[in-house]
Design a protein. Sequence first.
Length: 93
Amino acid sequence: PDDQSTFLRGGYYSRDLHNGTLTVLSLNTVLYTVNFMEERKNEDDPGWQFSWMRSILSHCREKGTQAMIMGHISPTVGSFRHHQLWKDRYLQT
């Protein structure tokens, strides 16, 4: 899928940089947070983002290029309230 369709479907996209030697994946990590309560059709992979990410990373591995993954909310314990920011089911993915 192209960047526009993944962004419209789930708020995530990728960009190839430096003549294709680096791919940056921008994840919509809000989907994984404990505070996100919206019902999703695919609860195990909201927005089909994990399968998309695996596909992109596999393609990078095949090409021998690097990938950088970024997102707004990290899968860690928050420094302000000291509780886990992501739902447990997504930490194991």
